[in-house]
Design a protein around this ligand. Structure first.
Ligand SMILES: [Fe+2]
Ligand SMILES: [Fe+2]
Length: 188
Protein backbone atom coordinates (compact mmCIF):
# COMPACT_ATOMS: atom_id res chain seq x y z
CA UNK A 1 0.00 0.00 0.00
CA UNK A 2 1.26 3.43 -0.86
CA UNK A 3 1.89 5.80 2.00
CA UNK A 4 1.24 9.50 1.47
CA UNK A 5 3.80 11.87 2.94
CA UNK A 6 1.05 13.91 4.60
CA UNK A 7 -0.29 10.86 6.43
CA UNK A 8 3.06 9.60 7.52
CA UNK A 9 3.16 8.32 11.10
CA UNK A 10 6.80 9.30 11.39
CA UNK A 11 5.95 12.92 10.68
CA UNK A 12 3.15 12.78 13.21
CA UNK A 13 5.65 11.52 15.80
CA UNK A 14 8.16 14.26 15.12
CA UNK A 15 5.43 16.94 15.05
CA UNK A 16 3.97 15.65 18.30
CA UNK A 17 7.40 15.58 19.96
CA UNK A 18 8.01 19.17 18.98
CA UNK A 19 4.57 20.22 20.27
CA UNK A 20 5.26 18.48 23.58
CA UNK A 21 8.63 20.21 23.84
CA UNK A 22 7.03 23.59 23.13
CA UNK A 23 4.48 22.99 25.88
CA UNK A 24 7.28 22.10 28.23
CA UNK A 25 9.09 25.33 27.31
CA UNK A 26 5.92 27.28 28.17
CA UNK A 27 5.89 25.61 31.59
CA UNK A 28 9.26 27.20 32.30
CA UNK A 29 8.00 29.83 34.76
CA UNK A 30 9.24 27.87 37.80
CA UNK A 31 13.00 28.34 37.77
CA UNK A 32 14.57 26.78 40.83
CA UNK A 33 17.80 24.94 39.92
CA UNK A 34 16.14 21.58 40.40
CA UNK A 35 13.28 22.49 38.09
CA UNK A 36 15.76 23.71 35.47
CA UNK A 37 17.66 20.44 35.35
CA UNK A 38 14.45 18.46 35.33
CA UNK A 39 13.08 20.52 32.47
CA UNK A 40 16.38 20.33 30.56
CA UNK A 41 16.33 16.53 30.85
CA UNK A 42 12.71 16.42 29.73
CA UNK A 43 13.49 18.55 26.67
CA UNK A 44 16.49 16.38 25.82
CA UNK A 45 14.28 13.28 26.07
CA UNK A 46 12.09 14.80 23.30
CA UNK A 47 15.21 15.36 21.17
CA UNK A 48 16.35 11.79 21.93
CA UNK A 49 12.98 10.40 20.82
CA UNK A 50 13.16 12.50 17.64
CA UNK A 51 16.59 11.04 16.87
CA UNK A 52 15.48 7.45 17.57
CA UNK A 53 12.57 7.89 15.14
CA UNK A 54 15.00 9.35 12.57
CA UNK A 55 17.41 6.40 12.94
CA UNK A 56 14.59 3.91 12.40
CA UNK A 57 13.03 5.74 9.51
CA UNK A 58 16.23 6.33 7.55
CA UNK A 59 17.30 2.73 8.18
CA UNK A 60 13.99 1.42 6.89
CA UNK A 61 14.10 3.77 3.90
CA UNK A 62 17.68 2.79 3.05
CA UNK A 63 16.65 -0.83 2.74
CA UNK A 64 13.37 -0.34 0.87
CA UNK A 65 14.64 2.27 -1.58
CA UNK A 66 17.66 0.16 -2.50
CA UNK A 67 15.22 -2.67 -3.25
CA UNK A 68 12.83 -0.66 -5.43
CA UNK A 69 14.87 1.84 -7.34
CA UNK A 70 18.14 3.31 -6.32
CA UNK A 71 21.21 1.96 -4.61
CA UNK A 72 22.83 5.39 -4.38
CA UNK A 73 19.80 6.95 -2.66
CA UNK A 74 19.77 3.92 -0.34
CA UNK A 75 23.37 4.66 0.56
CA UNK A 76 22.53 8.29 1.25
CA UNK A 77 19.69 7.28 3.56
CA UNK A 78 22.04 4.83 5.31
CA UNK A 79 24.57 7.63 5.80
CA UNK A 80 21.87 9.79 7.39
CA UNK A 81 20.81 6.91 9.63
CA UNK A 82 24.42 6.75 10.86
CA UNK A 83 24.47 10.49 11.60
CA UNK A 84 21.14 10.26 13.44
CA UNK A 85 22.54 7.41 15.53
CA UNK A 86 25.49 9.61 16.51
CA UNK A 87 23.06 12.38 17.50
CA UNK A 88 21.04 9.85 19.48
CA UNK A 89 24.17 8.78 21.40
CA UNK A 90 25.32 12.36 22.07
CA UNK A 91 21.93 13.33 23.49
CA UNK A 92 21.61 10.13 25.53
CA UNK A 93 25.06 10.69 27.04
CA UNK A 94 24.20 14.30 27.91
CA UNK A 95 20.97 13.20 29.63
CA UNK A 96 23.09 10.76 31.67
CA UNK A 97 25.58 13.53 32.56
CA UNK A 98 22.73 15.71 33.77
CA UNK A 99 21.58 12.91 36.05
CA UNK A 100 18.70 11.55 33.98
CA UNK A 101 18.00 8.15 32.44
CA UNK A 102 17.87 8.33 28.64
CA UNK A 103 14.48 6.98 27.57
CA UNK A 104 14.81 4.31 24.88
CA UNK A 105 11.47 2.70 25.67
CA UNK A 106 9.74 2.00 22.32
CA UNK A 107 6.29 2.47 23.79
CA UNK A 108 7.07 6.12 24.47
CA UNK A 109 7.39 6.77 20.75
CA UNK A 110 3.61 6.99 20.70
CA UNK A 111 2.38 6.29 17.22
CA UNK A 112 5.04 3.89 16.03
CA UNK A 113 3.59 0.75 14.55
CA UNK A 114 4.45 -2.06 12.15
CA UNK A 115 2.52 -0.52 9.23
CA UNK A 116 4.57 2.65 9.49
CA UNK A 117 7.68 0.75 8.50
CA UNK A 118 6.09 -1.76 6.15
CA UNK A 119 6.34 0.50 3.13
CA UNK A 120 7.78 3.93 2.70
CA UNK A 121 6.02 4.50 -0.64
CA UNK A 122 7.90 5.69 -3.70
CA UNK A 123 11.38 7.16 -3.60
CA UNK A 124 9.91 10.67 -3.95
CA UNK A 125 7.42 9.99 -1.10
CA UNK A 126 10.31 8.95 1.16
CA UNK A 127 12.45 11.94 0.26
CA UNK A 128 9.51 14.33 0.87
CA UNK A 129 8.69 12.72 4.22
CA UNK A 130 12.32 12.97 5.31
CA UNK A 131 12.63 16.57 4.12
CA UNK A 132 9.53 17.61 6.09
CA UNK A 133 10.80 15.71 9.14
CA UNK A 134 14.22 17.37 8.94
CA UNK A 135 12.56 20.78 8.74
CA UNK A 136 10.48 20.04 11.83
CA UNK A 137 13.57 18.78 13.67
CA UNK A 138 15.40 21.99 12.68
CA UNK A 139 12.60 24.14 14.16
CA UNK A 140 12.46 21.94 17.25
CA UNK A 141 16.24 22.20 17.84
CA UNK A 142 16.26 25.97 17.26
CA UNK A 143 13.73 26.25 20.10
CA UNK A 144 15.96 24.09 22.32
CA UNK A 145 19.10 26.13 21.50
CA UNK A 146 17.24 29.30 22.57
CA UNK A 147 16.20 27.59 25.79
CA UNK A 148 19.72 26.34 26.64
CA UNK A 149 21.39 29.62 25.60
CA UNK A 150 23.15 30.82 28.79
CA UNK A 151 21.57 28.27 31.10
CA UNK A 152 23.64 25.35 29.79
CA UNK A 153 26.26 26.27 27.15
CA UNK A 154 27.54 22.66 26.88
CA UNK A 155 24.13 21.36 25.84
CA UNK A 156 23.66 24.39 23.59
CA UNK A 157 26.94 23.64 21.72
CA UNK A 158 25.92 20.02 21.31
CA UNK A 159 22.51 21.00 19.93
CA UNK A 160 24.12 23.56 17.59
CA UNK A 161 26.35 20.85 16.16
CA UNK A 162 23.36 18.54 15.67
CA UNK A 163 21.35 21.39 14.12
CA UNK A 164 24.11 21.98 11.55
CA UNK A 165 23.94 18.29 10.57
CA UNK A 166 20.13 18.44 10.26
CA UNK A 167 20.48 21.47 7.97
CA UNK A 168 22.87 19.44 5.79
CA UNK A 169 20.38 16.57 5.81
CA UNK A 170 17.56 18.89 4.73
CA UNK A 171 19.76 20.21 1.88
CA UNK A 172 20.56 16.64 0.80
CA UNK A 173 16.84 15.72 0.78
CA UNK A 174 16.00 18.89 -1.12
CA UNK A 175 18.64 18.08 -3.76
CA UNK A 176 17.28 14.53 -4.09
CA UNK A 177 13.77 15.90 -4.52
CA UNK A 178 14.92 18.22 -7.31
CA UNK A 179 16.84 15.40 -8.97
CA UNK A 180 14.03 12.85 -8.81
CA UNK A 181 10.92 15.00 -9.04
CA UNK A 182 12.31 17.88 -11.05
CA UNK A 183 10.60 20.42 -8.78
CA UNK A 184 12.37 22.38 -6.07
CA UNK A 185 9.61 22.76 -3.51
CA UNK A 186 7.16 20.53 -1.70
CA UNK A 187 3.60 20.52 -3.08
CA UNK A 188 1.99 20.69 0.33
FE1 LIG B 1 19.58 13.98 14.00
FE1 LIG C 1 18.63 14.58 10.23
Amino acid sequence: MKEKAGENFFLRDVKMLREQAKKSLDDGAVTSDYQDVKQSIELLQSALATEIVCVLRYTMNSISVAGISSKSVGEEFAEHAKDEREHMMMIAERIDQLGGDPDFDPKNLASRSATEYGSGGSLVDMVKANLVAERIAIEHYRDLIKYFHDKDPTTRHMMEKILADEEDHATDMHDLLVAHQGKPMLDE
